[in-house]
Design a protein around this ligand. Structure first.
Ligand code: AMP
Ligand code: MG
Length: 267
């Protein structure tokens, strides 16, 4: 057992009541990594079939506060999967070209093609998170985005994209330790920017923005999964399992082969 936390569409979510250190069952770091290896092996085989089938795709959306572990999760859950069938897209501050279009323009272009597993490292949700917290566009603009996101995700779902949204839930104290570790270890300093401290001061505003995004965009076709993420190994375990469950549910099939292949001998 290692399930993410999910909610019925339309219900309230209280992030403060969800323990970021929560662990289902009696997992420990070592047993978790053995299990992750097993999950990723099975996912690799299914990803191969998804690619061969070339009809549908998976889109894993990763969101979380700074240091929540988006990069680390990607490294672990995609290990062993054919890189050619993966599309990983990090979303940074929009360029001036991107800002000259609607907020979903760059996102739509980044949706994984048929047969692929795509991962969004941050996503269109930034347009109701950082944008809301800093009022980067007026309220009457960002407040319409929740239902636009729901409609967009509905469109993708109808087109054969299975959307799996994960919120990597960490505590403020865990973030403090991880930011400090970035400062203390010279090889991690490149990940640190002084701006991270200014964002950390807005912790409560971000938690509130996350709560609203999780509640407003928790739809039947694209539900949110809350991943307790203070323990990296548990976060990796839950997301690896979720990817495997998703691929098993899709149940991709090799395409029909041409008739008469069994009689052919290549000379
Ligand atoms: P990182 O994930 O550490 O590489 O940082 C990427 C930065 O880009 C974060 O500070 C995000 O908040 C920011 N970002 C991503 N999408 C947007 C957006 N739509 N508008 C403004 N900032 C964004
Ligand atoms: Mg950063």
């Amino acid at each position: 057992m290692c399930h993410p936390i999910t909610f019925k569409p339309g219900t309230k979510i209280d992030l403060q009541k969800i323990d970021p250190r929560k662990v289902d069952g009696d997992w420990e770091k070592e047993t978790a990594y053995e299990q992750i290896a097993e999950y990723t092996k099975r996912s690799r085989e299914l990803a191969y079939k998804l690619y061969a089938e070339n009809k549908r795709s998976v889109l894993l959306v990763l969101q979380g506060m700074d240091t929540a572990g988006k990069d680390g999760t990607i490294r672990t859950v995609l290990t062993g999967i054919n890189p050619q069938s993966c599309q990983i897209v990090p979303f940074k501050q929009p360029s001036s070209l991107e800002l000259d279009h609607d907020f979903l323009w760059r996102v739509h272009m980044a949706v994984p093609r048929r047969g692929n597993i795509g991962i969004f490292n941050r996503s269109h949700y930034e347009d109701v998170l950082v944008v809301r917290v800093h009022n980067l566009v007026p309220k009457n603009e960002w407040s319409t985005r929740y239902h636009r996101i729901n409609e967009f995700e509905d469109l993708l779902t109808d087109g054969g994209v299975k959307i799996v949204k994960c919120f990597l839930h960490i505590s403020k104290e865990e973030q403090r330790e991880r930011l400090q570790a970035r400062l203390d270890k010279p090889h991690k300093r490149w990940k640190f920017s002084k701006g991270d401290l200014a964002e950390r001061k807005l912790w409560d505003d971000y938690q509130e923005a996350y709560r609203v995004a999780l509640e407003e965009c928790n739809t039947k076709h694209a539900p949110w999964h809350i991943i307790p993420s203070d323990r990296k190994w548990y976060r990796n375990l839950v997301v690896s399992r979720l990817l495997l469950d998703t691929l098993e549910e899709i149940d991709p099939k090799f395409p029909e082969e041409e008739e008469g292949l069994e009689d052919i001998i290549v000379e």
